[in-house]
Each structure stands twice: as C-alpha cells, then as structure tokens.
Design a protein around this ligand. Structure first.
Ligand code: PLP
Length: 360
C-alpha cells in the first residue's frame, strides 16, 4: 500500500534526498565517516554548510546585506530571540492570525523590557482570515512588525505582504518558506524551523538584515544574532546532520527549477484539493477563500463523528496524519514541497467515495 504522509511537521522529505542520504550514510565522500561523525570544524563539513548557505541564497535571492544563520531551538526559540535582539526598551508590533502568532505574541509579552502590542487580529472570526493592515496602525517608533506568513494550524496565509515602510517586517515563515515566492528585501528578519520544507527537525534558519543585528551583546550568547553571524553559525556545535540534509533538499529544489517551479506545483496540488472541497456537499473549508493557505488545508464535515470516521478510514487506506490539530478538530492536509500530486489526487478520489457512502 502506498503511504501518503500529510503531516504538518516533521513532514515528508523528497525521496531522492532520502536515497542520497542513505547512500552516503556510512561513508561521506570517501572519508570513511558518516556526516554525523564529522567534526563541524572539518573542511568536509565547512563545505557542506557553505554550500547550504550558497544554495539557500540562490533559491531565495537573498541580498548580500542579509546574514543566513543556521541555528537550533526551533522557530519557538525565535519567538523570544526576535524581541530580545530587536526590541529591548522599544515597541514591538504583532498581528494575531492564529495559534502560531499567539505563541510569538505570548513569548514577546513575557519580556518585560519590550512593549508588545497587537495591532490587528482575526480572533473575532476564529482566525478564518488575514486582517488588513493600514498605515495608521503602524507606530513609526516600533522596532518591528511581526507576522506569521502562514498559519499552519488555521490554514490561512498572507496573499500580499503588508507594506510597513521603514518599520522592519519580521516573519515567521516556518510553514511556507521555499514554497512561495517572497522578496527577501521586503523583510528585516525571516525565521523558520526546517522540519516542513527544508529538512529534518533540529535546524532553524534565520535570515536577518545586517543593520538589524544587535549593537550590544545579549545576556545569552546562543540567542545573540550578532555573535551567531560573526561566528558563521559555529559559536557551538551546529546541527550538522540537519544542515547536510537541508543542503540536499536545496539541491533537489534547485534541480527542479527553484521556487517558481515548485510554486506552480504547489498551486496545482492545493487547487485540486480546494476544488474538491468546493464541489463537495459534505466537506467544507473553515477559512476565508481569499486567505487560503497553499501548504496547510483544513477541511471538515458538519459532524464530529463523520470527521472521525473519515480519518479512521483514510488511515486504513494509507493516508497518514490527516487529523486536524486538536485545537480546531476536523481534518488537515499539509501539502509541502515534497508532497506528491498523486497523493492529493488519491485523497480527492477517496473523499468522493466517502461522500457517496456517507454523504446522506
Ligand atoms: N511557527 C509556525 C508557523 C509553525 O508551524 C511551527 C511549528 O509547527 C512553529 C512556529 C514552531 O516551530 P518549532 O517546533 O520549530 O519550534
């Protein structure tokens, strides 16, 4: 039976990448050692991390005046690192679009030297839409405005990046980095956990504009962006194997034609599923049509019992991890870069069969 893994993260990785890693697992390029066994100071590993950075810069067109950091601690640690580095004794603005934005806001609020303000929210409609940001909401003295480009749990996404003028825009791009075309220069900081579109868990990528690096050393060196940039992400032992895997994923994406090509593929996949939901009399999408995510697609019936039945029968057919997040219920299909179109077609066929049998 073919298994299709709809997990929201850690998520499916490209098969050619896994095969290449398997081939090289015991003996990396004739060294007689696994990548996992290489010293992070060795020339072999230095080449891996340098190439990973070079490829990411190329894929995302990252300008020269941005640093690329390969860190640990997940996107969750960045929820604290961003305000600590950028907004000490300043205002930090946030847009609340759902579960992940809320976590970022809560972490900033815990830092008492930061004045955290939520300037817009879609909580009134259960986070079914992206709020409009108008210029009058932006305080010119703010250190930054933080957005979550894609809400992994709620399934909404910015179709247009807000224009914040001189206020640096900080983006948690954990669930849609490399899936969509973004202009890096629209942002001051981009951060993302690797485990959805870049590789295994354990690696966190931070892309930060040079002028936003902290002037003063931070009390915690591991959280200090300037120190991490000065040390080229080697202040301590970096997550070497995850960086190696990310390098392989970047090569895979580059060979496919880069982000413009994968975006078309992602649109095709998401379009197929949204069309099926829209055609159906049984399944619905809980979010505003104009703000739908390309990568995380929640859907549900109007009965919890039917939702559960669907998830159970789907799993028996090899559709793994379709259960929606516990905070929202229903179903969710995560269609990251490595998820195949055939898997979406198979799901749509299964949904149609289920509707015939249970649609009433
Ligand atoms: N932000 C978003 C949008 C996410 O989807 C996630 C994880 O799913 C996180 C942050 C947290 O990431 P991590 O588990 O790497 O801390």
């Amino acid at each position: 039976m073919t298994i299709y893994n709809f997990s929201a993260g850690p998520a499916v990785l490209p098969e050619p990448v896994l095969k290449k890693a398997q081939e090289e697992l015991l003996d990396y390029q004739g060294s007689g050692m696994s990548v996992m066994e290489l010293s992070h100071r060795s020339s072999l590993f230095e080449e891996i991390i340098a190439n990973a950075e070079k490829l990411l810069r190329k894929l995302m067109n990252i300008p020269e005046n941005y640093h690329v950091l390969f860190l640990q601690g997940g996107a969750s640690l960045q929820f604290s690192a961003v305000p600590l580095n950028l907004a000490q004794n300043k205002k930090a603005l946030y847009i609340n679009t759902g579960s992940w934005a809320e976590k970022a806001i809560a972490a900033a609020k815990d830092i008492h030297t930061v004045d955290t303000q939520v300037i817009a929210s879609s909580e009134d409609k259960n986070f079914a839409y992206i709020p409009q940001i108008t210029k009058d909401l932006l305080d010119k003295d703010a250190a930054y405005l933080h957005i979550t480009t894609n809400e992994t749990i709620g399934g909404i996404s910015y179709q247009k990046i807000p224009d914040t003028g001189d206020i640096p825009l900080v983006a948690d791009m954990s669930s849609n980095i490399l899936t969509n075309e973004y202009k890096v220069s629209d942002f001051g900081v981009i951060y993302a956990g690797a485990q959805k579109n870049m590789g295994p868990a354990g690696l966190t990528v931070v892309i930060i504009r040079d002028d936003l690096l902290n002037e003063q050393p931070l009390f915690a060196p591991m959280l200090d962006y300037r120190l991490q940039a000065d040390k080229h992400s080697m202040y301590n032992t970096p997550p070497t194997f995850s960086i190696y895997m990310a390098k392989l994923v970047f090569e895979w994406l580059q060979d496919l034609g880069g982000i413009p090509q994968i975006l078309k593929y992602n649109q095709q996949k998401a379009g197929l599923l949204y069309d099926a939901i829209d055609r159906s009399a049984l399944f619905q999408s809980p979010v505003n049509k104009n703000d739908r995510s390309l990568t995380n697609i929640p859907f549900l019936t109007n009965s919890d019992t039917l939702n559960q039945k669907f998830i159970q029968l789907a799993q028996e057919q090899g559709f793994e991890n379709l259960k929606g997040h516990r905070s929202v219920g229903g179903m969710r299909a995560s269609l990251y870069n490595a998820f195949p179109l055939e898997g979406v077609q198979a799901l749509v066929d299964f949904m149609e069969k289920f509707e015939k049998a249970h649609g009433g």
